[in-house]
Design a protein around this ligand. Structure first.
Ligand code: PMT
Length: 224
């Protein structure tokens, strides 16, 4: 096993956008490519961690590293199930995935036929994975992402507190070179005391390394 600042640590990373089925051929999703989460998984591995990558729909192929355990999921519910089943043996959870907040109330078994001029889809809330784990957090170090299109600092801090996170990575996805699909990101990282790190535009690999270095420093002070 590779030695490094995270050796002996179990890191779980989520990536990509969840798929919420309307019927067998249609779904609701988002623009997450998986790049950010994949970069984190690779960086964690390079730093010596035992890595599990839970990936929803992605544009990119996941890292082809036999040392990274890959679990494919589709919906927010299936991501929740996979994350929860591994939660007890996890040291650091990083939720880079873009998880649907709502899903269709009914998912049809057969393709829905065209009929009236309008159609209404009823949506129901999904379970917030981070929030539910934040409530039962023991020694795990929890990192969330916040994808915002304005007021990133305000919303990120709110999510940090509400979901009981150790760190939150705010990306203002309306900025050029940040957020969905790009090879770069522009992030600010906060903890409960405020701003920890403000990164200029950087590759997602660099963002991943900086984030994991912070996490490694912080958990090394924790008695387990
Ligand atoms: O994949 P890329 O193309 O590289 O893009 C990267 C990214 C923009 C997707 C990523 O950097 C990012 O910001 N991910 C979080 C997107 C998101 O869903 O943000 P949010 O503000 O809606 O959610 C906040 C946090 O709660 C996230 O960590 C999310 O994983 C988590 N969440 C949200 C809803 C839910 N039901 N369960 C959750 O755990």
């Amino acid at each position: 096993r590779a030695k490094g600042p995270l050796s002996g640590k179990k890191v779980m990373v989520t990536a990509g956008g969840t798929v919420e089925r309307i019927d067998p051929v249609r779904y609701i999703s988002n623009d997450s490519s998986g790049k950010m989460g994949f970069a984190i998984a690779r960086a964690a591995r390079a730093m010596g961690a035992e890595v599990t990558l839970i990936a929803a729909r992605t544009d990119e192929a996941p890292p082809q590293d036999p040392e990274i355990t890959l679990v494919r999921v589709e919906s927010a519910q299936s991501m929740l199930d996979e994350v929860v089943s591994r939660w007890n043996s996890c040291d650091i959870l990083i939720k880079a995935a873009a998880v649907a907040d709502y899903r269709p109330k009914h998912s049809a078994d057969a393709k829905i036929k065209k009929s009236g001029d309008t159609m209404t889809l009823e949506l129901v809330k999904t379970t917030d994975i981070l929030e539910s784990l934040g409530k039962v957090k023991d020694n795990q170090f929890l990192i969330g992402f916040a994808a915002e299109t304005g007021n990133a600092e305000y919303y990120a801090k709110d999510k940090l507190v509400r979901k009981n996170l150790d760190l939150i990575v705010a990306n203002d996805v309306s900025r050029e070179g940040a957020g969905f699909g790009t090879d770069t990101n522009i992030v600010s990282i906060y903890d409960a005391d405020g701003l920890v790190l403000d990164l200029p535009i950087s590759s997602k690999d660099e963002v991943a390394r900086r984030l994991l270095t912070l996490a490694a420093e912080r958990i090394s002070g924790v008695t387990r």
